[in-house]
Design a protein around this ligand. Structure first.
Ligand SMILES: C=C(C(=O)O)c1ccccc1
Length: 357
């Protein structure tokens, strides 16, 4: 039978086990250039025993940046820096994809070129905060993208995909979750457009599918995953009927033959709530479940076929050798929340591995 520790092929990506490192923003990249450092190669390589690593969100453009010290995947310097990470992970037999991120309105004028306003589906400010040089601040009032600007944003996703391929990644994950740009179009609480990108579910999903078409077109479906969070209201996002919105979206995504669907099962990093198992029925490809998994629930949901892969977030911050610990049913290190975001090696590359007897 399939267990947490048996191999699995997710699209074109062969995984040695079902354990995935979920995307985790850690705010340790160079804030001016968006490049990652040697410590990033060490951090990801330490965790290479995972079946799949998903990097922290990496912005696809300067406009897509929403927090201090998050990395980019859209300039030659960023590509060269990420190359060291993929080489280090591959040298340890690991597989790694990069999460393509555009924050939309979850940003601040101080983080954007020329102090410009963040962009979104509509000019509706999020009830959310972000990390700026002044601390934790309210996100800025966004402007609505003009219809004729959308093609440029979609092209930025394709460009970032080509950069990811050049940097040696095994694939990309489209960040379509957690209240960022794609969800700002898809969910009805943040999209009041009167054009072809607003109103009906089909119109609100138009941007999502233009992004999927562009990313798949820049590589191929088997190297592209997508992350959704239908039931999360993180970052001030909301949808009045997630089942009505996401059922047709997932049915149509299923026709692409993507590498995987990564589902945040409930509130991001919170309650496991919402009918995610109903939505799963519309997906025939590889399904990656995330949110609050522990060893027992991971083993159970893989063995009953509820999920194919399990993405662990916080456990991977403090346990580089999570696979060994889950295999041995060993205790896990607790994470130090004070060093989750920002800083250097402390609380990043210095967590201890299990001492084998
Ligand atoms: C990229 C994030 C997400 O997807 O929620 C994120 C950003 C900042 C802090 C935590 C998480």
């Amino acid at each position: 039978t399939e267990t947490l520790f048996t191999p699995h092929k997710a699209g074109n990506i062969a995984l040695k086990n079902r354990i995935v490192m979920a995307p985790l923003t850690r705010n340790r990249a160079d804030d001016t250039t968006g490049v990652v450092f040697d410590r990033h190669a060490e951090y990801y390589a330490q965790r290479a025993s995972a079946g799949l690593l998903i990097t922290e969100g990496a912005q696809i453009s300067a406009e897509g940046k929403g927090y201090i010290q998050t990395p980019g995947i859209h300039t030659p310097e960023q590509v060269a820096a990420w190359r060291k990470v993929t080489d280090a992970v591959h040298a340890r037999g690991g597989k790694i994809v990069i999460q393509l991120w555009h924050v939309g309105r979850i940003s601040h004028t101080s983080l954007l070129p020329g102090g410009q306003a963040p962009v979104s589906a509509s000019a509706i400010a999020a009830k959310a905060k972000t990390f700026t040089h002044a601390g934790f601040e309210n996100t800025s009032e966004p402007r609505a993208l003009e219809a004729d600007e959308i093609a440029r944003v979609v092209a930025d996703y394709a460009h970032a995909t080509r950069c990811a391929r050049e940097a040696g990644f095994d694939g990309v994950e489209i960040h379509a979750a957690n209240g960022y740009l794609v969800e700002q179009f898809l969910k009805d609480g943040s999209n009041r457009r009167q054009d072809a990108y607003g109103g009906s579910v089909e119109n609100r999903a138009r941007f999502l599918f233009e992004v999927v078409d562009a990313v798949v077109g820049a590589w191929d479906a088997g190297h592209v995953g997508i992350r959704l969070s239908p039931f999360s209201d993180v970052n001030g996002i909301s949808d009045s009927d997630p089942i009505a919105t996401y059922t047709p979206v997932i049915e149509r995504l299923d026709t692409y033959g993507l590498a995987y669907l990564h589902m945040v099962e409930g509130q991001t990093g919170g309650a496991r709530e919402g009918a995610f198992d109903d939505l799963r029925q519309h997906w025939t490809g590889t399904y990656m479940g995330n949110n609050g998994y522990d060893r027992t629930s991971a083993l159970e949901r893989v063995e009953m076929g509820a999920v194919d892969l399990v993405a662990f977030g916080r456990p991977y911050i403090a346990n580089p050798d999570l696979v060994a610990r889950l295999t041995a049913d060993a205790p896990l290190n607790a994470g130090d929340t004070a060093t989750y975001y920002g800083g250097g090696d402390e609380g990043y590359t210095d967590y201890p591995v299990l001492q084998t007897a």
